[in-house]
Design a protein around this ligand. Structure first.
Ligand code: MN
Ligand code: MN
Length: 469
């Protein structure tokens, strides 16, 4: 138990202490499933494709087919809606009327990365390169001299979608961004860290062989265009309608000699997305309608048609109510305002290398369970969703009765910086919302670190929330 009945003092304990041999087998099995998912799904599109495939196998029906066929939805049914291949919402319909409120797990499937620009390809000094524009908050110096991969789609004029992944198969080449050799870095090393590598320096080296056509003006670039055309049937103009994302190449791995941690790209926020998805698939009969909502664009402000600010979620709830035969505008408002949500997103784990940015009594620690963040924000909680104590009390009651290990955290010291999530956007409906998820080291870096115990406790907490809250 995280809270001793016979003690007045609250002690935050290791989840590891309570695990039996059988528990440890489950902790390890979950981390294997998680690593496999993380190794394969490195973009929002890849996550949504994978989740939709798995959901369909598990009996989820496409809401579009229900609408087109004018079909009815009833308690026990499982329905999903795919938002342009980049966000997805899953419904497991409960026995109770939806205006009793929904239990919602909301997470995001986009992660910080480098996107190719619209005119990415150029030749400079007999090398072929891609221009990039970073997406989300990154420390640019972390992205040079590491193996990178390209994942994404090119959409041709006729609407054909060409899927591209370069750099993940063992036989694939990898790509990368150069850094100046230390011998000649005297000027660079005098710069501030934020300026040492600048946005326009993040150019990806992709080739160096010239085409055999001696008359061609940019022989190396021309050779690359030939390769793209042979391999993918695309021309230079096709890059204009593409979403190609540069991400760290390689698989998710165990981290630490005791194998207690996972190192993976994109754990913000796919660690919460994946555990929410598993919790959803585990549901059997539910009283309240349960929802997992996985959105795009959180890292750039939840904007756009696939971000949390779009009306997609609200519209989808209305469609599902209509398919149940119980829709009215007023009822929709009631459904949303009576709902409860875990805004499932990552927190910062205490890092003994950088103790000065954390306040030790209000920070998360590896292995101490799922993290509850009453608030995030910056400069006096600005812009945050400050969760209601009534809701937090209900959650800790559920977590304690299920023997789930949990802890609380703030994002660093007061006035050290800050951040936000999708929590405040759903709270606009008047629903109860709290930020709740897994603590990471190296957040927003190419390789983020999470504790296997925390991932396991988070899955258990999400399951308990869906069925008991
Ligand atoms: Mn996040
Ligand atoms: Mn983030």
């Amino acid at each position: 138990m995280t809270e001793k009945n016979n003690s007045l003092e609250k002690k935050y304990e290791f989840a590891w202490d309570k695990y039996t041999k059988k528990d440890l087998v489950e902790v390890s099995a979950l981390s294997e499933r998680y690593k496999e998912f993380m190794s394969k799904c490195k973009t929002e599109r890849e996550c949504v494709t994978e989740f939709v495939t798995r959901a369909e196998k598990s009996g989820y029906k496409d809401l579009n087919d229900i609408i087109k066929g004018n079909l009815r939805v009833k308690p026990g049914d499982k329905v999903y809606a795919n938002n342009k291949g980049k966000a997805v919402v899953m419904f497991h319909i409960g026995k109770e009327s939806m205006d009793k409120g929904l239990n919602i797990l909301g997470a995001h499937v986009d992660s910080p990365r480098l996107d190719l620009k619209q005119n990415p390809l150029y030749e400079d000094s007999d090398l072929a390169l891609f221009k990039t524009h970073y997406y989300g908050g990154i420390k640019k110096y972390q992205w040079v001299t590491i193996p990178l991969a390209i994942h994404g789609v090119v959409v041709k004029k006729d609407g054909t979608v060409v899927n591209i992944v370069i750099g993940e198969d063992d036989n694939d080449p990898v790509l990368g961004i150069s850094d100046i050799l230390v011998h000649l870095a005297a000027d660079q090393l005098e710069k501030k860290v934020a300026k040492a590598i600048e946005g326009e320096d993040l150019n990806l080296l992709i080739g160096s062989i010239p085409t055999s056509d001696q008359k061609s003006k940019n022989r190396v670039k021309t050779n690359m265009l030939n390769i793209f055309n042979e391999k993918y049937g695309i021309t230079e103009e096709d890059f204009v309608s593409a979403e190609l994302e540069v991400v760290p190449a390689g698989k998710a791995r165990d981290y630490g000699i005791d194998r207690s941690l996972v190192m993976a790209y994109g754990q913000d926020d796919r660690v919460c997305s994946y555990t929410s998805f598993e919790a959803m698939l585990k549901l059997e009969k539910v009283d309240k309608t349960c929802i997992t909502l996985l959105v795009d664009k959180e890292e750039i402000g939840s904007v756009g048609a696939t971000g949390m600010h779009s009306k997609f979620f609200e519209n989808t709830v209305a469609e599902v109510m209509n398919a149940i035969g119980d829709y009215s505008e007023l009822k929709l408002r009631r459904v949303l305002s009576n709902s409860q949500m875990l805004s499932s997103d990552v927190s910062a784990a205490f890092d003994p290398n950088y103790p000065n940015v954390m306040e030790k009594r209000n920070t998360a620690y590896f292995g101490k369970g799922i993290v509850l963040n009453k608030y995030t924000g910056a400069r006096g909680k600005n812009g945050c969703n400050d969760a209601n104590p009534e809701f937090i009390a209900k959650l800790r009651g559920i977590f304690n009765s299920e023997n789930i290990t949990w802890q609380t955290s703030e994002l660093g010291k007061v006035d050290q910086g800050g951040g936000g999530t999708i929590a405040y956007i759903l709270a606009e409906y008047g629903m109860e919302v709290i930020d709740c998820g897994v603590a990471l080291q190296n957040m927003h870096s190419p390789w983020e670190i999470a504790s296997k115990a925390d991932i396991y406790e988070t899955l258990r907490a999400y399951s308990a929330f869906l069925t008991k809250a």
